[in-house]
Design a binder for this molecule. Structure first.
Ligand code: PRP
Length: 231
């Protein structure tokens, strides 16, 4: 199967550091592509070469993954839909990987319900200014002031920086423990596989095979869940 692979160019895969990368490496392992070195949590190594499959994996900050893919420094990327929406870069989104599921929401203290309902000029703190702008300006036609933060966004309404936040909600624990509630849901989020537009043409066969194998594995998993649920 690997005969003649020596002349092949490397296909590069950019992974968003953290949990998404761990899940993705597990997925690649399931389709027969191992990258043990990157799975070692103690290691600070950012790049791993799989000679057998002529693949290079590297770990990047989530927000940078779409940049690497759009410029072609990575042929393939795995990143959250939240990051894709925020970065708005040009590339093909080819697969919903089904993990990293959460929701993009407007949240705040229960009292903020009325402010939203009456379309008042409110302040919105978020790590996702573009997503928040698109939601409030284009979908709700509500003028708001967007304040960009870099994390722990739930603090903002508590300390009076903003009336509401736009942020990811997974289990809802962070909101709950800080006395906040979901006010509006913007969209569902999960990990996505993306492909550089030129790479998709130039390396169509190899990239399609990876997509097909992962799709097949995910479908098998879903089927097992359905069957398991029945028995
Ligand atoms: C994310 C998100 C919420 C929290 C939601 O933050 O921004 O704060 O997780 O998860 P939950 O609903 O399960 O509580 P993250 O942990 O990435 O940290 P950050 O806020 O510092 O970015």
């Amino acid at each position: 199967m690997n005969k003649g692979t020596n002349g092949m160019r490397y296909i590069t895969v950019a992974l968003a550091k953290g949990r998404l990368a761990e899940n993705t490496l597990g997925l690649f392992e399931q389709i027969g592509i191992a990258c043990d070195e990157l799975k070692d949590k103690k290691s600070r190594k950012l790049i791993f070469v799989n000679e057998e499959h002529r693949l290079i994996f590297f770990l990047a900050k989530a927000n940078d993954v779409p940049t690497y893919v759009e410029y072609g420094a990575a042929d393939i990327g795995v990143v959250g839909k939240d990051t894709l929406l925020e970065e708005g870069r040009k590339m093909y989104e080819v697969l919903d990987l089904g993990f990293g599921k959460c929701r993009m929401c407007v949240a705040g203290p229960p009292s903020a319900h009325d402010l939203l309902k009456h379309g008042e000029l409110i302040r919105v703190a978020t790590k996702y200014p573009n997503v928040a702008k698109d939601y409030f300006y284009n979908k709700k036609h509500q003028t708001v002031e967007i304040i960009k933060l870099n994390g722990s966004v739930e603090l903002a309404p508590i300390v009076g920086l903003s009336e509401v936040i736009v942020d990811l909600v997974e289990t809802g624990t962070t909101l709950k423990e800080n006395g906040l509630v979901i006010l509006e849901e913007i969209c569902n989020i999960s990990a996505r596989m993306v492909v550089n537009e030129v790479s998709m043409k130039m390396e169509h066969e190899r990239i399609s095979k990876i997509i097909k194998d992962i799709k097949g594995y995910l479908a098998k998993q879903d089927q097992q869940l359905v069957n398991g649920g029945k028995s």
